[in-house]
Design a protein. Sequence first.
Length: 352
Amino acid sequence: MKSRIKVKFTDMWQSFSPFGYGLARYLEEVFPIEYSKNPDFLFFSISNYDHLNYNCQKIFITHEAAYPDFRWCDYAVTFAPDINTPRHLQLPNFAVTIGYRTMERLAVQHREVTREDLEEKNLFAAYLASNGKAKVREEIVDKLSEYKEVTCGGRHRNNIGRIIPPADNLDFLGSAKFVVSCENSIAPGYVTEKIAFALLSNSIPIYWGDAFVNEIFNPKRFINATHFGSINELCEYVKKVDQDDDLYMDILSQPCFHTDTVPDCLRKEALFDFFDGVFSGKLKSAERPILSDELYGDIKGKHRRVIRAPMSDVEANAFKSSRDDYFERRLLETEHSEVLTSIMRRLHDERQ
């Protein structure tokens, strides 16, 4: 009988439970996971600092725009591309939140598209959002609304008199010809479930986000806002597609992926292979984080940014090319703490 693998999740989002978390469910399929207060492997994210209380192998995991830093963790699972270490797994979050079986469905979905799919759509564009903090996304919705109504079923900008529950998201999005599926921000490799849900609903996504989206999804299957010189140009093209059924159907019938094959980063086998290396010890662990237990105690709970998004190689390069601007902004975030300022400067100097 295989020995149990003791794990714990901490610093996750509010109301998090491993029993409802996609990644944990998949790991339980093949590994003898045991949730423990004294873990051998600690999964931690960006919401707090509890991970500082544990001295075990640590796996940084995030679905947000934060990079791993292997001075703080032994392994990492993030959206970020081009991190050249076997101790990192690039995993767009929607693979586990939507499900790997669904990724296989997306790969062949275009084969079943018919004119009836268009005839059943009674809305111009659908939009689901809980906040209005994404400036570009808001500008796109505003401009599209000058042409035709954008039906908003989320808490933000709601104009249908009710909130669409998660179980009905695909039906709601699928009733529209277009889905506004823009990211909140752009970061290298940051592609979330927004475009995946729009594709699953058999609608055409209007997407704004990082160029990495083109490495995952077929750019002929969605409208990429970043390919236009202005929001006006984007909306003029959306109007053109809306008024030309043949053009609309040509886009809708394209494969979601570049071929009928799911990309490697969205395959369940990649997840299992990575964690087999983690749990078995085949992957080399990092050295312990460079901060001592004493310094951990000094910074614990005082500075969110240091712990939430430690410097990656990408950020370190940004320091070198734009040191005064970028690094000084980071120093301001330390809120004039002498301990934190000293630590930040030392970390920066050691990168040079």
